[in-house]
Write a protein that binds this ligand. Structure first.
Ligand code: B12
Ligand code: SF4
Ligand code: SF4
Length: 413
C-alpha cells in the first residue's frame, strides 16, 4: 500500500519524528545474537533481558495479527558546552536524560500515529506501541527496516542524523510498503542500506561512498571502563550507563575511577563518533530540550540534594524512571547519590569533604559506602580524619568494610 505508507510517513514527520522506516512483521532479526549475548552474562543483573528472550523471537508474539513494524527515530542531540562538559567539579548526565522522559513523548505520538492509521483503514482494534516497554530488539528492527546501521559502539546510527536518536515503534495489522528507501531528510546524504558485508552494514551515500564504521575504532578505544568485548559487543556490566542506571547495588571498585564525573548514563562512545560530528544538528523537539539544572550541575549541589530536592529537580525526566526494582530495592535517590559520591571521589577536591562526611554518617549504607571510598580519594588526605573517626563507631558491616578499605587504600597510596 504505497499510498497509505507515504501518508503514514508524512504523518509520523508531522508528529515530530525525525526518521521513519517500515519492515514486515515476523521473526526478530538478530535473535540468535541476542541470546548468545544474554547467555554470556553480558546483561549483568538486568533480569528482564533474560525473561524476554522467548518473547523476542517474533514480533507477532506481541500482536498476533501484526503485518508491519513501523520504526521511528527521534533526534535528541544538543550542543554541549565543552568547558562544562569536562569540568571534574560538575556531574554529567547523559544527553538522553536532559529533557523530558522520551518514553512519554514517543508513546503519546505513536498512539496518535496509530489513531491516524485506524481512521484511514477503518480498523477498530489498536496497534501495539513499543518504546523500551516491550520485548522488542529495537536496534535490530530499526536496522532491518533501513532506519540506520548498527555501529561498533552498538548504537543505531542514521547517516545525516547520527546516533543521538531515540527508537520506538508500532506493530500494526496493515500490510504496508516495505521496499521504499528511508525518507530523505534535508541535506541527507544516505539512501537505503545495501546490506551487510562481513561484519559491517553499509549505506550508499549520494557521493557514491559507503556509510559504515569502516576501519574506525574510536568508540572502542575511548570507552573508559573497557566495556567493549569486541566491535559490536558490549559487556553491559562494565558500561557506565549500566553502573549508574541499572545496577542497584555497590559499584565494583575497580570500575569507579573510569566513571569520571558521569552521574547518570554516559555518552563517550557517541561523542567520539564521526557520524555524530557530521550529524544534522540539535533536536528541535520542545520537550527534549535540556533542562538547565540538569546540564553539568556542580557536584556540591548534587551532594546536597535530599530526596525531595532530587524528585523536584528530576521531575518528568528519565532519571526518575530508574526504579527500585533491582538488586537491593534502593530507590533512585540512593542510586543517584551513590553515583555522585563516586564522581566526587574522582574529582578529589577537599571541597567535597563536609558533604561526603555527612553522607558517610547519615545516609543509607549504599550511599555511605561510596562516600567512604570518595573520602579516601580526597587530595592531601583531606578525608582521613573523617574516616578515622568513623571506623571506631558501630557501623553497618558493608559501610565498616568500605571505611577500612578507604583508610587502608589511603595509607597505601
Ligand atoms: C538493555 C539496554 C541497555 C544496556 C545494554 C546496552 C547494549 N548495548 O546492549 C545499557 C544499560 C548498557 C544501555 C546503555 C545505553 N543505552 Co540502552 N537500551 C537497552 C535496551 C532496553 C535493550 C537493549 C538490548 O536488548 N541489548 C542487548 C544487545 C545484545 O542487544 P542490542 O544492543 O539491541 O543489539 C542487537 C542489535 O544491535 C544487533 N547487532 C548488534 N551489532 C550488530 C552488528 C551487525 C553487523 C548486525 C547485523 C547486527 C548487530 O544484534 C543484537 C542482538 O539482537 C534498549 C531498548 C530495546 N528494547 O531495544 C535500549 C536502547 C538500546 N538504549 C538506548 C540508549 C540511548 C542507550 C545509551 C546511549 C544511554 C546513555 N547515554 O547512557 C547507552 C548506550 C551504550 C551503548 N554503547 O550501547 C537506545 C539506543 C538508541 C540508538 N540510536 O541506538 C535504546 C534503543 C532505547 C530507545 N528506545 O531509544 N542500554
Ligand atoms: S556508554 Fe560509556 S561506558 Fe558505556 S560503552 Fe559507551 S563509552 Fe563505554
Ligand atoms: S566511533 Fe567509529 S567505530 Fe565507533 S560507531 Fe562511530 S564510526 Fe563506528
Amino acid at each position: 500500500m504505497p499510498f497509505l505508507t507515504s501518508g503514514l510517513v508524512a504523518q509520523a514527520r508531522e508528529l515530530g519524528f525525525d526518521a521513519v522506516a517500515i519492515a514486515p512483521a515476523g521473526p526478530s532479526p538478530d535473535h540468535d545474537r541476542y541470546v548468545r549475548w544474554v547467555e554470556a552474562g553480558y546483561g549483568g543483573a538486568m533480569a528482564y533481558l533474560v525473561r524476554h528472550t522467548e518473547a523476542k523471537t517474533d514480533a507477532r508474539a506481541l500482536l498476533a495479527e501484526a503485518q508491519s513494524v513501523i520504526l521511528v527515530g527521534l533526534n535528541y542531540a544538543y550542543r554541549a558546552d565543552p568547558a562544562l562538559r569536562h569540568d571534574p567539579s560538575r556531574g554529567q548526565i547523559a544527553a538522553y536524560a536532559l529533557g523530558d522522559d522520551y518514553h512519554e513523548v514517543m508513546r503519546a505520538a505513536l498512539i496518535e500515529l496509530d489513531g491516524w492509521l485506524r481512521v484511514q483503514t477503518g480498523r477498530s482494534s489498536h496497534g501495539r506501541v513499543f518504546v523500551d516497554s516491550a520485548p522488542v530488539l529495537e536496534r535490530s528492527w530499526a536496522q532491518q527496516a533501513g532506519l540506520g546501521f548498527i555501529g561498533k559502539n552498538t548504537c543505531l546510527i542514521r547517516p545525516g542524523l547520527g546516533s543521538y536518536l531515540f527508537l520506538g515503534g508500532l506493530l500494526v495489522p496493515e500490510r504496508l510498503a516495505y521496499d521504499e528507501p528511508p525518507p530523505r531528510l534535508d541535506g541527507e546524504r544516505a539512501h537505503a542500506p545495501t546490506g551487510e558485508t562481513g561484519h559491517e552494514v553499509q549505506w550508499r551515500m549520494t557521493g557514491g561512498g559507503m556509510g559504515t564504521c569502516g576501519r574506525c575504532r574510536r568508540c572502542l578505544n575511548a570507552c573508559p571502563t573497557g566495556a567493549f568485548v569486541s566491535p559490536y559487543v558490549l559487556d553491559a556490566r562494565r558500561c557506565i550507563s549500566y553502573l549508574t542506571i541499572e545496577l542497584r547495588g555497590e559499584i565494583p571498585e575497580p570500575l569507579r575511577p573510569g566513571m569520571g564525573n558521569w552521574v547518570f548514563g554516559c555518552d563517550i562512545c557517541q561523542e567520539v563518533c564521526p557520524w555524530n560530528r557530521r550529524g544534522q544538528g540539535v533536536s528541535v523537539h520542545s520537550r527534549l530540550q535540556p533542562h538547565p539544572e540538569r546540564l553539568s550541575p556542580p557536584l556540591l549541589d548534587l551532594l546536597a540534594l535530599d530526596r525531595e530536592g532530587f524528585a523536584r529537580r528530576f521531575r518528568s525526566s528519565p532519571v526518575l524512571r530508574a526504579k527500585a526494582a533491582g538488586l537491593n530495592q534502593s530507590p533512585p535517590w540512593d542510586g543517584f547519590l551513590r553515583n555522585v559520591c563516586v564522581a566526587a571521589g574522582n574529582w578529589g577536591d577537599p571541597a567535597a569533604r563536609e558533604a561526603l562526611a555527612a553522607h558517610l554518617n547519615q545516609s543509607p549504607p549504599l550511599v555511605a559506602m561510596h562516600a567512604a571510598w570518595a573520602l579516601g580519594r580526597l587530595a592531601g588526605g583531606a578525608g582521613g580524619d573523617v574516616l578515622a573517626t568513623a571506623v571506631d563507631r558501630a557501623l553497618e558491616p558493608g559501610v565498616k568494610a568500605a571505611v577500612v578499605a578507604a583508610l587502608t587504600g589511603r595509607q597505601a597510596g
